[in-house]
Design a protein around this ligand. Sequence first.
Ligand code: ACO
Length: 361
Amino acid sequence: MAENGLLEVPRGLDKVVVDTTSIAATDKDGWLIYRGYKATELAAKLHFEKAAYLVVYGSIPNDAKLKRFSSFLESNSSIDGATDEVIGLLPMDAKVIDGVRSVVSMLPLRQKKPDMQMLEMAAKMPRIISNCYRAKRSMKPLGCIEGNYAERFYYLLTGKEDVESARYFERLLILYMEHEFNASTFALRVTASTLADPQAAFTTALATIKGPLHGGANAEILNYMLKMKRKSEAVELVDRKLGNKEKIMGFGHRIYKTMDPRAQFIKGQLRTLSKSRKMGKLLEMAEAVEKEMWVKKGLPANLDFYAAIYMYLLGIDEAFYTPIFAAARSFGWAAHYMEQVANNKLIRPDSRYTGRTGLKL
Ligand code: ACO
């Protein structure tokens, strides 16, 4: 206990519980669970819409509810011409995630209720991401295709109607969807706790997910993985980076200290994917880096490490990686916005002042 009856907690709120949630948690065996179900099992067995409904509303939907939810996502997925004009005005060197943040902050919303507004923004994310990317490359926006959320999203990223790749992609989207009080969600809850509107809270989360210690990590992993030619270079890569006191993106996690179950699930998926794409070498090198990081630093690979390689094999441009994470996580954000405002308490911690006192002019 600090002076004045204040409770002093570790920096970065490490191992501090700040509130309750019934949306997600890591259970005592280290599995990430969404509303009571293992996230990896949901990824293996469900389509994105069903898992998203579960995260947002707390239970598996019946057919009628699922149909309503899926058609809401589809019918709210487009953006108007004025928004496309704004996308055209973004600086040429704007990253896709910056474009998405700017566009979402001024998006005209059709829905009136806060929970529906959160879902409307989530529904529009694939289209905004695709159009932001294409506008900066002087490419026309892609049209619409028939299909489920993952198939439509995959098409907007690659221009390909490919059900098999979209199903692989969907599993990753489900694993990216939710992770209790991670940094972007917590930031969103801080904004929601001031009773700011959903759009303000969503924009806060988008700004926070960009950082390389959070959602920005996946975009940096290929930078070093694609430079490797053989797995024997893993030792040298890890030694060099650790020797330079560099952080190796894709390793370490605030919650998972020995194993990230999402990373291991995606690694399993990568085994079949890389066989069918005849691109097994990258996975071999990745496993060598993972092994070396464990030996040298005792840090496990996190989801982003294998996700980056997975998306590369699925033919998705690196510029999309962080925005994809944000699009999937936006359904978790919707659930957290509603949970925060339903039982609100302003989030406003105190601080310990270390500056000077008693100065006089
Ligand atoms: N490479 C090298 N060293 C690392 C790494 C890493 N990736 N991660 C942690 N460490 C080291 C730290 O330098 C620190 O070492 P020290 O005790 O010698 O000073 C120790 O491990 C503890 O690390 P912290 O950063 O204090 O751990 P924290 O829980 O605060 O951070 C974080 C977790 C931010 C994810 C960290 O592991 C990291 O920066 N990783 C790289 C970025 C990354 O991959 N982010 C994606 C997260 S997963 C996701 O968002 C889906």
